[in-house]
Design a protein around this ligand. Structure first.
Ligand code: 6PG
Length: 250
């Protein structure tokens, strides 16, 4: 597993590094596997502060670097709320950047929030069947993740049984410590089956856990268990989140 760490001094610069990293991942995919126009680029997004940072991709210098009509966008986790609800990652990502890059709405695959969480997870797993399979699990080309101060990622929380899930691609959680409580989440077998994972992490509150994961290789936290079997992980940090790394940056 290839690991990169990039540190930006401000949130604005972090958003630029993120946009450059996403475009870079897409361009590498296009050269390596996207030569056939029928191929799609499979992407999974997280919620939290990530959608606002991704708005950078709608700026003129990036907007046309990705052929959004070739992208199929899923969610690394999603809250079990109506798609119009402010807590919905679909809504947050759509409003913040997907509508701005003019991706065809049918290319964004959301959950069916009318179903109870376990059925919602099963249905989403069925929708994931369009994603190419590698070693028995969907293999995304790029998954964008955040990390909470407790080291959670997607909706995989420290000490939760879902962190140990080895069979399901998508699981339901009814007791998320981060509200709202009911969510669905991609599981670690899927996260670790991605060709590229980009973590976007900012804020001093994450510095201690981040240093344990990135510097010490701790596997105590779910984010530290994201180690793609045949892929890369890139940590994009602001200075505050990187403040406990040696010299503030590697
Ligand atoms: C969610 C997110 C979640 C998020 C982290 C970090 O749906 O809540 O997917 O996993 O990525 O909580 O959030 P911040 O970047 O806002 O700190």
């Amino acid at each position: 597993m290839e690991k990169q760490i990039k540190v930006a001094s401000t949130k604005e610069k972090l958003a630029r590094v993120l946009a450059q990293s996403v475009v870079g991942c897409y361009q590498r995919w296009k050269v390596e596997r996207g030569v056939d126009d029928n191929q799609c680029f499979y992407l999974a997004l997280s919620g939290g502060s990530l959608p606002a940072a991704l708005a950078e991709l709608s700026k003129p210098e990036y907007k046309n670097e990705i052929e959004w009509a070739r992208c199929r966008v899923f969610f690394a986790d999603e809250r079990c709320v109506p798609l119009s609800h402010p807590d919905s990652n679909f809504k947050t990502c759509w409003d913040a950047f997907l509508r701005l890059v003019e991706i065809p709405e049918g290319n964004v695959i959301s959950i069916d929030p009318t179903k109870e969480p376990h059925e919602c997870a099963q249905l989403y797993a069925a929708q994931l069947k369009e994603v190419p399979v590698r070693d028995g699990f969907p293999s995304f080309d790029l998954i964008l993740l955040g990390m909470g101060p407790d080291g959670h990622t997607a909706s995989l929380f420290p000490g939760h049984a879902l962190v140990q899930e080895e069979k399901l691609s998508v699981a339901a959680i009814l007791d998320s410590p981060k509200p709202p409580p009911c969510r669905i989440t991609l599981t670690l077998p899927v996260l670790n089956n991605s060709s590229c994972v980009i973590f976007v992490t900012s804020g001093a509150g994450k510095a201690k856990v981040l240093a344990k994961i990135v510097e010490e290789g701790s596997t105590e936290f779910p984010a530290g268990l994201v180690k793609p079997n045949d892929g890369s992980v890139c940590w994009l940090l602001d200075s505050e989140a990187a403040s406990k790394l040696p010299g503030g940056k590697l």
